[in-house]
Design a binder for this molecule. Sequence first.
Ligand SMILES: Nc1ncnc2c1ncn2[C@@H]1O[C@H](COP(=O)(O)OP(=O)(O)OP(=O)(O)O)[C@@H](O)[C@H]1O
Ligand SMILES: C=C(C)CCOP(=O)(O)O
Length: 246
Amino acid sequence: MMVLKLGGSVITEKERPETLDGESLERAADAIAAARADGLDDLIVVHGGGSFGHHNASEHGVSTTNGTHDASAILEIHGAMKTLNQFVLSRLVDRDVQAVPVHPFSTAHRDVEARLEFPTEQVETMLAEGFVPVLHGDVIAHSGAGATVVSGDELVAELARALAADRVGLCSTVPGVLDENDAVVDRISDFGSVASALGASEATDVTGGMAGKVRTLLDIDAEASIFGLDALRTFLDGSTPGTTID
Ligand SMILES: Nc1ncnc2c1ncn2[C@@H]1O[C@H](COP(=O)(O)OP(=O)(O)OP(=O)(O)O)[C@@H](O)[C@H]1O
Ligand SMILES: C=C(C)CCOP(=O)(O)O
């Protein structure tokens, strides 16, 4: 079983609110469709927000830790993510990938300790029936805080744990995690060894950019790869491009 995240920074123009990067999304959808046609089963896709979601969350002061009780703010953030989800689904379905939506707001929540609770039976049933579930970063109810953001990266980690994923891939705008000289780091096994090079995202981002990504992926058992769009097809075919996090 494979969990693939399409970074919001890849499929949108992250600097311009609610703007798709149509060409990159089509390239990603082409790579997924080709891999499925070549026999890739049991694939879950998660996508991030990019210029959908992060701007809206930031305007309302909502992050993974700062919540809101304002339903209109929640609808705006969730609505932006559903719009992007629809774009992703339609590009996949156009290519005969049997992609179906899962909206985390309706299925996940955080408990009072901010732990993510995410029942995965629905996703497992979709996989068993041959669908490709497509989830997205979202807002979710948070006990004691109203609603906070859940990043696509957290969902990837949770799915990888719950479903014992064999492979985890994060396709982003960078060819991997870069060191201080902008060279791709081959392997990361502890946060301390790369902490000084890890920054936030260059664009508006409420979920922690590359540093957040590395921390989240170090927490799971499965090996994870962070790579750029050029390497998506080779990743889907079984290689480990970019940075491996184990
Ligand atoms: N050491 C680093 N190596 C690589 N990228 C880094 C590093 N430090 C900071 N970054 C930034 O992290 C960004 C990737 O994180 P970002 O959260 O934007 O990715 P994403 O998952 O593709 O997007 P989204 O969070 O919208 O889904 C890069 O575009 C870069 O600006
Ligand atoms: C900002 C929202 C709503 C989702 C963020 O998901 P991410 O882009 O995976 O961090």
